[in-house]
Design a protein around this ligand. Structure first.
Ligand code: HGY
Ligand code: MN
Ligand code: MN
Length: 416
């Protein structure tokens, strides 16, 4: 447990706390970090965050979808809210700072004002979204979609790899999907998310902090390729090999992603071979496709191009093809006024002028943009590496982010 007397507060403590939360019991993976939605690690993390939020002078609640929220009152009981946050879940074998750093910087922000006795004409709230990555269930951004008041068609029969249904995982927390709509945050003036860049621009430019112009739209598909399982002794021309078809599809998808515009990316990040064995010609393969682009219309055009390409190769190979869209996230632009305030805050606090960057990584901020104007603060991460245990940040950069956020809130207060 990291107390004030052990560490300075602010960015250094935020980073140290990410490290503390990077291992058991705050991870469900013995040799790294996996903090899935509603797992034991999420529960232990929720309790620790609640402790730190309380120490920072906040009233703490858990909402109907399992997000944790700390409330630091404004000068009047009905004051509107400046909401700061990010996600507390992680990908499997993930980095310690993706998401969590933004939540802990929010707690440090409030802790600073609590220690100095500052109150504003708005309340400060810090939110830790429980399900952003969709790394346990085939869901995504359920936490922020609920907080933003977006309607969601959620099938709570979906199961995690261990066969636990979303319904049962929620019930263990006393939650159920029918109440997700009650999680909508009220009276929110703006949403601010500090997040590692998850790309190498700041590192290569030797800059600590960046602003975000917008977050790329993304969509995901589940593709099922059905051939015929057969003996590995089957003649090559007799086969309907689903994995060979998948291999051709994957390289075609990569080639399409590498074409213009530069802001287009395509990823096949998950493949499953049914009943895979060295001496069986694979009969059925399922894979996912993730398509992202900032330029409007590109995502849809590329999805069509990939669909046509897969159709052609499957006809040639006599392979059955099913393509199901499993995610559709519109892109979002950051609010110009908030970006100007944040830019001024960074210049005032760190003396550096932040570049304006595009985010190919998705963030809760793209969802919260449906609820209120939003802005993002990017923090340099080494070589831009993320979704990888090698993810790392510098104390000095995290402290610069903390100082920029304190200055941002003070300037935001001056605009009220
Ligand atoms: O997929 C994303 O961009 C985010 O990490 N969930
Ligand atoms: Mn992530
Ligand atoms: Mn993230």
């Amino acid at each position: 447990m990291i107390q004030d007397m052990d560490f300075p507060t602010g960015g250094v403590r935020a980073k140290a706390r990410c490290d503390e939360l990077g291992v058991a019991p705050f991870s469900d993976q013995p040799d790294g970090l996996f903090r899935p939605y509603l797992g034991p690690a999420h529960k232990a993390t929720q309790e620790r965050l609640s402790q730190w939020m309380t120490e920072a002078g906040m009233r703490v609640e858990t909402d109907a979808v399992g997000n944790i929220i700390g409330h630091y009152a404004g000068t009047t009981p009905d004051a509107p809210v400046l909401l700061v946050g990010s996600h507390v879940d992680s990908v499997r074998d993930g980095g310690r700072y993706d998401g969590m750093l933004g939540v802990l910087l929010g707690i440090e922000l409030v802790s600073h004002f609590h220690r100095t006795g500052r109150r504003f004409a708005f309340a400060l709230e810090v939110i830790g979204f429980g399900d952003e990555e969709g790394s346990r269930f085939p869901t995504y951004m359920m936490g922020s979609r609920s907080a933003a008041g977006l309607t969601q068609q959620i099938d709570d029969n979906v199961t995690d790899p261990e066969g636990v249904t979303l319904r049962d995982a929620l019930a263990a927390w006393g939650l159920e999907t029918s109440r997700f709509m009650t999680a909508r945050r009220q009276n929110v003036l703006a949403y601010v998310e500090a997040h590692i860049e998850q790309a190498p621009y700041l590192d290569r430019a030797a800059l600590p902090l960046g602003l975000v112009r917008g977050i790329a739209s993304q969509c995901r598909y589940r593709v099922t390729l059905t051939g015929q399982a057969d003996h590995a002794g089957t003649a090559m021309h007799e086969r309907r090999d689903a994995l060979a078809a998948a291999a051709e599809a994957i390289t075609a998808i990569e080639k399409i992603g590498a074409q213009d515009p530069a802001d287009l990316v395509t990823t096949v990040g998950w493949v499953s071979v049914e009943n895979g064995a060295p001496n069986i010609v694979p009969g059925r393969v399922v894979l996912t496709i993730d398509i992202r682009a900032v330029t409007p219309g590109v995502r849809e055009d590329v999805a069509q191009q990939i669909g046509d390409t897969l159709q052609t190769l499957c006809i040639r190979r006599h392979i059955g093809l099913e393509i199901e869209r499993i995610q559709d996230l519109k892109g979002a632009l950051c609010d110009k006024r908030l970006n100007t305030l944040l830019k001024q805050a960074i210049e005032q606090s760190s003396g550096t002028t932040p570049p304006l960057l595009l985010s190919q990584a998705g963030h809760d901020a793209m969802i919260m943009a449906h609820l209120a104007p939003m802005t993002m603060l990017f923090i340099r991460c080494k070589d831009g590496i993320s979704h990888n245990p090698a993810e790392s940040v510098d104390d000095a950069d995290v402290e610069a982010a903390h100082q920029a956020m304190v200055t941002f809130v003070e300037r935001f207060g001056e605009t009220m």
